[in-house]
Design a protein around this ligand. Structure first.
Ligand SMILES: [Zn+2]
Length: 598
């Protein structure tokens, strides 16, 4: 299928072109106050709240709010694979419940543009249309690119939502409330339902000195709290950390210090979606009269869309082409790159291991990793730091370096949200099981009745009425593993085979039979089982395997009877497995190909 994917070259051109920002729709004070657009309460109305992803895990956040014949999806996220999923590129939630009910879907509401909140929308649109998708402008800009790339723009209507805007979707209504997070343009939701108001925190921290001057609209949440909130769904990510997450602005001084100290080039990496961080890095570069080259498509795409929408501001001439990096003096150069998680194909990893076409790391280089590893990526990041250090670069990294702060609320901020919203029922979300439990305990400390706290798993259904809330049944849930080289999904069988290949190796044999005889000497290949010099026609194990194959085939062939090739293959497999067990004490995958010549 042809792709409409925007090329790096086009993005480079776009990011240099300043597009004049129109009316400032992002400032809270200018947004519309429309909490009045509420939905009337209906006695005994049953509203279902269903997480399809994001419970007992970090990632693939996807929720459903359902009332009678109306269903609205909140976020559609993906997750990245764990080490136990070799070859898998992304993990999606099982959305069969949405497919079964596609006629009820009235729309989708995005809280913010992180991949674990929007990365699963394209796969949804491949299975069903969504009449309308509301999102913060940045999230909509990013999603637009994805839809163009997948040629799905006709499957939905994208609408940029404003803070304090309320929109109706079926019998439900949603109000966007500005919050603060690591990506610009992020929202909490007030969900107006016939069973009362629900507040969904989205991903948040309380940053009272936000880099973009877009303040957390605490007032609107407090007002909802005062009116009465039946249920709070809230981000549990940092519940294990005491105190407060520092403001994003606190990173500036430390980054500036490192920039001042750097004798030569600076290579800096952060999450591509960390718009505030990138904005601060570019501000420092402007101040210090350095030039910036952006490496990595995701980083360039975010910078392009953020600049076009006014979330990032920098003068023309700050960015340079990748090819020009080696033409300027080292002390003028900043390379902003992907790779903060040690991703094998990222520019930083390739630089660290001498595999990058344009950049070779030198002893005077300063490399700043302005991010902390997501659990599971620690080893990969450590390997990159080791490789960079071995080349003599000065590497600034780690939680205590001051060059990174989290985008999620710590315990005191979570406590503050509970106090502001004062929910009757509390549903900790966006966290692993232990985090949900700790966050539930925090709810009790903040005055929520312990009976009113729900620790849910993906697929569980929470049923709300004006008077009660209870867990009531489950819908299909689970994971879909996707590998971009395949058209379909990766299933448990494939994963099991990949594990077996990795841990036990492969024995493969091929031969041709005809007229009751073995026509060709069997070809045997033993991968991951014997030393290279033994994996030849003369190696002992290979010689034994050939003998066993020839013997088994000869014993089971006869001139008179038609050959059942499948039976024959099974018999050969059984004999080979006996041999492998005896000689190698292993259980590799065994692949037998017998061709019949007529
Ligand atoms: Zn997020």
């Amino acid at each position: 299928m042809p792709s409409n994917r925007t090329s790096m070259g086009e993005l480079e051109k776009r990011v240099r072109k300043v597009i004049k920002r129109g009316d400032d729709t992002f400032v809270v004070a200018k947004g519309e106050d429309s909490l009045s657009g509420h939905v009337p309460l209906i006695p005994n109305a049953k509203v279902k709240v269903i997480p399809l992803g994001g419970m007992c895990e970090i990632g693939k956040n996807t929720w459903i709010i359902e009332y009678e014949d109306d269903m609205v999806i909140i976020d559609g996220g993906l997750a990245f694979p764990s080490d136990e999923m070799p070859g898998v590129e992304i993990v999606l939630p099982d959305i069969s419940y949405l497919v079964q009910n596609k006629n009820k879907i009235r729309g989708l509401v995005i809280t913010h543009g992180h991949e674990d909140h929007i990365g699963g929308i394209v796969p949804m649109l491949k299975q069903f249309d969504i009449p309308i998708i509301y999102g913060p402008s940045l999230a909509v800009g990013l999603l637009e690119e994805k839809l163009k790339d997948a040629q799905l723009t006709d499957k939905t209507e994208l609408v940029k939502g404003r803070p304090r805007q309320t929109f109706k979707l079926g019998a439900l209504a949603f109000t966007y409330v500005r919050n603060t997070h690591s990506i610009a343009d992020s929202f909490c939701l007030i969900i107006h339902t016939p069973a009362g108001k629900i507040v969904h925190s989205g991903d948040f921290k309380f940053d009272f000195t936000p880099v973009d001057g877009e303040f957390f609209d605490v007032y609107t949440l407090a007002k909802a709290g005062e009116d009465g909130v039946v249920l709070l769904i809230s981000d549990s990510t940092n519940v294990e950390r005491e105190g407060y997450t520092p403001s994003e602005r606190s990173v500036y001084a430390k980054l500036e210090e490192e920039f001042n100290r750097a004798p030569g080039r600076i290579v800096i990496t952060t999450f591509a979606s960390q718009v505030h961080r990138i904005r601060q890095i570019l501000d420092i570069c402007v101040k210090m009269e350095k030039k910036v080259a952006i490496f990595g498509r995701s980083m360039l795409l975010l910078a392009t869309i953020s600049r076009e929408l006014g979330h990032m501001k920098f003068p023309d001439g700050l960015l340079i082409n990748l090819e020009d990096v080696n033409k300027l003096p080292d002390e003028k150069i900043v390379i902003l790159t992907t790779g903060s998680q040690g991703e094998p194909l990222s520019a930083l990893t390739r630089m660290a291991f001498d595999e990058h076409k344009q950049i070779t790391i030198q002893p005077k280089d300063t490399v700043i990793i302005s991010a902390t590893p997501i659990p599971g990526n620690e080893r990969a990041v450590a390997n990159v730091v080791n490789a960079l250090s071995a080349k003599g670069a000065h590497v600034v990294y780690g939680r205590d370096s001051g060059v990174h702060v989290s985008g999620h609320a710590c315990k005191e901020e979570q406590r503050m949200l509970l106090n502001v919203v004062k929910p009757k029922y509390f549903l900790p979300a966006h966290g692993e099981y232990r985090m949900l439990v700790l966050h539930g305990n925090l709810g009790v400390e903040c005055g929520v009745d312990p009976k009113n706290i729900f620790i849910m798993e993906n697929g569980d259904v929470l049923e709300l009425t004006g008077k009660s809330a209870k867990l009531n049944g489950q819908v299909p849930s689970g994971i879909i593993m996707v590998d971009s080289t395949r058209v379909g999904d990766v299933d448990e069988y494939i994963i099991e085979q990949r594990h077996k290949l990795a841990s036990e190796g492969l024995l493969s044999i091929m031969t041709i039979v005809a007229g009751g005889k073995v026509l060709e000497e069997p070809v045997v290949e033993a991968k991951g089982l014997v030393l290279a010099q033994e994996d030849t026609t003369h190696g002992q194990f290979v010689t034994d395997a050939k003998k066993i194959v020839a013997k088994t085939i000869t014993e089971n062939l006869s001139d008179s009877k038609a050959i059942n090739i499948d039976d024959l293959k099974e018999k050969v497999k059984v004999e080979l497995k006996k041999l492998i067990h005896k000689e190698l004490k292993r259980e590799p995958l065994v692949q037998v190909v017998i061709l019949e010549s007529k």
